[in-house]
Design a protein around this ligand. Sequence first.
Ligand code: SF4
Ligand code: SF4
Length: 184
Amino acid sequence: MEQSEALFPRHRLLGTHVCVSCIMHSPQLRNWERKAAENAKAYRRFLEKADRRQVLPRLPELHEEAFRHADCLSCANCCRNYSPRFKTPDIKRLSRALRMREGVFIETYLRLDEDGDYVVKSTPCPFLGADNRCSVYEERPSDCRRFPYTDEDVLLKRPAITLKNASFCPAVHWVLERLMAPGT
Ligand code: SF4
Ligand code: SF4
């Protein structure tokens, strides 16, 4: 799957910091990557048949719940492995913040992908710090702000993206598991 289309890092870096071991010891997120891989087909079936009227009202609460357990500062899977799209307003905002000319910003950090979108030249994202913090957090691209779409109808509208995101983002895995849980 095309990198820039599929994955839009990242939701947030703020909030309570939870260490990696806390994530590992959270019963629901222990071995979450293995569970997500095992349940990928079930996720696909769920997304194909999901009733928007039932699912969409639940997303805000599940989104908040997911990020009480999945901590971006202990993860950074999205920023490490994929690129957001850098739209024109993103480029203008970031180049201004970094006091660079737009052309220089593009030349330094970006390339055009097959869809004609600007994405980072290489991963991890050059703005990801060693501490997993985003060095341009306040000015980060819109895709980063919205990722992983667990509080948007994109979750249902773009099932291929949701499935891909569920393979590396514990928050997406969390929301899908909760939506699929019997009796919820
Ligand atoms: S992959 Fe998900 S949990 Fe991990 S940093 Fe990105 S948005 Fe946060
Ligand atoms: S700009 Fe920041 S939030 Fe977006 S991918 Fe890069 S490091 Fe992550």
